[in-house]
Write a protein that binds this ligand. Structure first.
Ligand SMILES: [Zn+2]
Length: 189
């Protein structure tokens, strides 16, 4: 590589580290920003800096937020009795984007004491039903049983997303119709 293009190469390498971006796309994107449209390059650069500096985890649900509480947790019109457990904050974006769910969320990142006590704090605020929107799999069935056991002292109904979501396929790879059906036809567990 030509050393005099160090900075360009560094940009290509950085872009190439992003998921789904290969070397070819990284080069094309970098070239576009540097040579064709420096305005979009600046815009992206500012947007990234801004987002990284202001986004954090909601202290209640673990979802993405710009404030202590995310817009779902602070929305009084949402159904407080329904709590949807997801694996990633990204799954919340997906369900919200499609307007499929009007309850509240909890991101279950781990099964440690801290996560469980945060979950308990969430369900103790008047939750009736806990809906598991986890990728259907044998190991997640075990997770569901574990959580049910941990929450057994609360008066809760448990359900999980139903048929239509194939085993082992994460939520982001499921089409909207299947996901809608899976939420509507949720089964008690
Ligand atoms: Zn939240």
């Amino acid at each position: 590589m030509n050393n005099s293009l160090d900075k360009f190469n560094r940009l290509v390498d950085a872009l190439g580290e992003l998921p789904t971006i290969g070397k070819k796309s990284a080069t094309r994107l970098a070239y576009h920003m540097v040579m064709n449209d420096s305005f979009i390059g600046m815009k992206i650069s500012h947007a990234i800096e801004d987002a990284l500096g202001s986004l954090k985890k909601c202290t209640a649900c673990g979802g993405m937020s710009e404030d202590e509480l995310c817009y779902v947790c602070s929305d009084e019109r949402r159904d407080d009795r329904l709590l949807c457990i997801v694996e990633n904050a990204k799954d919340i974006l997906l369900l919200e984007e499609n307007g499929l769910f009007d309850g509240k969320y909890f991101v279950l990142e781990a099964l440690d004491t801290l996560s469980i006590s945060q979950l308990e704090a969430s369900v103790s605020k008047g939750v009736d039903e806990v809906l598991f929107a986890l990728t259907p799999s044998i190991s997640n069935d075990a997770v569901i049983l574990y959580i049910e056991d941990k929450l057994s002292e609360y008066d809760l109904n448990f359900s999980k997303i139903a048929q239509g979501v194939p085993t082992g396929v994460s939520l982001e790879n499921i089409d909207l119709l299947s996901l809608t059906r899976a939420l509507e036809d949720r089964v008690r567990v």
